[in-house]
Design a protein around this ligand. Structure first.
Ligand code: ZN
Length: 119
């Protein structure tokens, strides 16, 4: 069971995934075990406290880790084919949302300087 599921509108996610926003599933870091393909994953620092990992063959973004959430690994919702046991609960970094990606739902909106302040 994930800890949370949320839509992120930050510019770094938008560019890394080439998408209007990215839906993330947050898991405890220890809940994930990579069983194959580790030698085909490249990690890079997308900002000083954060790293992103992607597949060297197809380019899919795989994992996001951040010093602020050192006990978590974030996995794009789109990589899961089935139910993850939780629906998205909020939009985060909503202040950075692009105008061309309309959002018409009742989920909580968070943003501001931290990206996580209630709006
Ligand atoms: Zn983001």
């Amino acid at each position: 069971m994930p800890k949370w599921v949320a839509h992120c509108h930050c510019g770094m996610c938008r560019r890394a995934h080439a998408a209007g926003y990215v839906t993330w599933v947050g898991y405890p870091a220890g809940a994930m075990r990579l069983t194959q393909g580790a030698d085909n994953i490249t990690a890079y620092r997308s900002s000083p406290p954060a790293s992103r990992e992607f597949c060297r063959t197809c380019g899919s973004q795989l994992f996001f880790r951040h010093e602020r959430y050192a006990d978590e690994v974030h996995i794009p919702r789109a990589l899961f084919e089935g139910d993850v046991g939780m629906e998205p609960k909020a939009h985060i970094y909503f202040s950075d949302k692009v105008a061309w990606m309309p959002v018409h739902d009742e989920l909580k909106k968070k943003g501001g300087a931290s990206g996580l302040e209630p709006l």
